[in-house]
Design a protein around this ligand. Structure first.
Ligand SMILES: [Mg+2]
Length: 429
């Protein structure tokens, strides 16, 4: 870390200026006030990149007459706001708000039905540009990702900060939307930083300021501290991150179990998680080992359905979906058989099951099995999955039915709706 001369990087013309003393309000080269300056600027390499009002920005890009209007993407059968543009946000419109409420707050809003196919396409373009900066890109959803730019200085002849500023400019000129960037020593701080200065933001949280920066923030700023944990912490006197930082780790463990030490470290601004580009390709699965070996498809198929529901619940809980379904079988003599099929990304039990059942039926040749499992790989964000409202009526019907079932179960418990929607016309023949 160097004291002394201060460097100022212009986010518009990308020139780097050095000043021995004092600050710089505007770029001497182009006059822009958008300067990045931070004592740790050139020693940080973990970034969180998040597109600004992603769906709404794409719609504005494609229809310039919307530029200054309040735009809400959403509506349709669920009747909630997917994304509100920044103009609409000044009226108090927020994501996940019921549409009628949003329109009460902002009656002049232009409401646009989501075009997920288009958003997925733009999301891929942004991701491709990220991958030109570093192979270490960990997507979190359709429009945000962590990037690890360590060791990329020689490739780009620029510090990570300068590389990211150039990236943001390139996304604006070539794709026509804007991003916000957080740069920090780790993922936890980078994600917080990207949110500080939206839209078109670029914020840095350095190592030395992290603990102070966090001290006054509410504990809910920490990812994973939801309503329940927040209440439990508040009852024990932990409201600010400072309270967690100053607590005995043992006390937090007693209160929150294994989460305790993690929170304590995060409260100090410490986060050792790597940027993991493989996270997407990992699999989520469900399997079961039988008490007695089973060969009969009439017995195996209903078990597969239950596993598909379990797998689907896991995907839904994580906000994820899979593009490849893998069936796993272990024979009575412990031989492993895996069979895969790729399909449009899904998180629906019915679609996972249908793919799994086809694969299973091809394996039912009298062999006795001791284990059956189903998994999803090529994991992607739920937003990219089950896009049936575009073309495919069947997918839409399956999705709506499953959502209805999920809602009933949330209200009345898992037993309220027992299998059934799938065993209609394709029994084993
Ligand atoms: Mg975003």
């Amino acid at each position: 870390m160097t004291e002394g001369p201060h460097r100022f990087l212009c986010r518009d013309c990308l020139t780097d200026h050095v000043r021995e003393h004092g600050a710089l309000d505007r770029c001497p080269a182009c006059g822009s006030p958008r300067l990045i300056s931070h004592p740790e600027r050139d020693s940080l390499s973990i970034a969180h990149v998040d597109c600004d009002a992603f769906y709404a920005s794409i719609e504005k890009r494609d229809d310039p007459s919307l530029a200054d209007k309040p735009v809400i993407v959403g509506g349709g059968r669920r009747g909630v706001v997917s994304t509100a543009c920044y103009v609409a946000r000044t009226y108090g419109v927020r994501s996940a708000m019921p549409m009628f409420k949003a329109l009460k707050a902002c009656p002049d809003a232009v409401v646009i039905r989501p075009n997920m196919e288009k958003y997925v396409r733009v999301g891929r373009e942004v991701r491709r540009m990220m991958l030109e900066l570093t192979p270490l890109v960990e997507p979190l959803s359709i429009d945000e990702a962590f990037l690890d730019l360590s060791g990329t200085e020689r490739l780009h002849h620029a510090s990570p900060a300068a590389t990211l500023a150039a990236f943001a400019r390139r996304v604006e000129t070539e794709i026509g939307i804007t991003v916000s960037i957080g740069l920090a020593p780790n993922k936890f701080l980078a994600k917080i930083a990207s949110d500080l200065d939206k839209p078109r933001g670029f914020s840095i949280i350095g190592r030395r300021e992290a603990a102070d920066f966090l001290a006054d923030k509410p504990v809910s700023l920490i990812h994973g501290v939801g309503k329940v944990a927040e209440e439990r912490l508040a009852k024990a006197g932990f409201r600010r991150i400072r309270d967690l930082r100053d607590a005995w780790p043992e006390r937090l463990t007693a209160l929150l179990g294994r989460e305790g030490p993690r929170l304590h470290r995060l409260a100090h601004g410490i986060d050792d998680r790597m940027v993991d580009p493989e996270r997407e390709t990992k699999s989520i699965s469900a399997e079961t080992t039988f008490e007695h070996d089973i060969a009969d498809p009439a017995v195996l198929v209903p078990i597969l359905w239950r596993l598909s529901e379990k797998l689907s619940a896991r995907l839904k809980h994580a906000g994820l979906a899979g593009r490849t379904v893998t069936l796993k079988l272990k024979t009575a003599d412990f031989r492993l058989r895996t069979r895969s099929r790729t399909l449009p990304a899904t998180q629906l039990a019915s679609r996972l099951f249908e793919a799994g059942r086809d694969l299973l039926q091809a394996e039912c040749d009298g062999t006795a099995f001791r284990l059956l499992g189903i998994g999803a790989t090529e994991i992607c964000a739920a937003e990219e999955a089950d896009l049936g409202d575009l073309a495919d009526q069947d997918v839409r019907r399956a999705r709506d039915m499953e959502r209805a079932v999920d809602t009933l179960r949330e209200r009345f418990g898992a037993a309220a709706v027992v299998k059934g929607i799938v065993f209609k016309n394709r029994e084993p023949d």
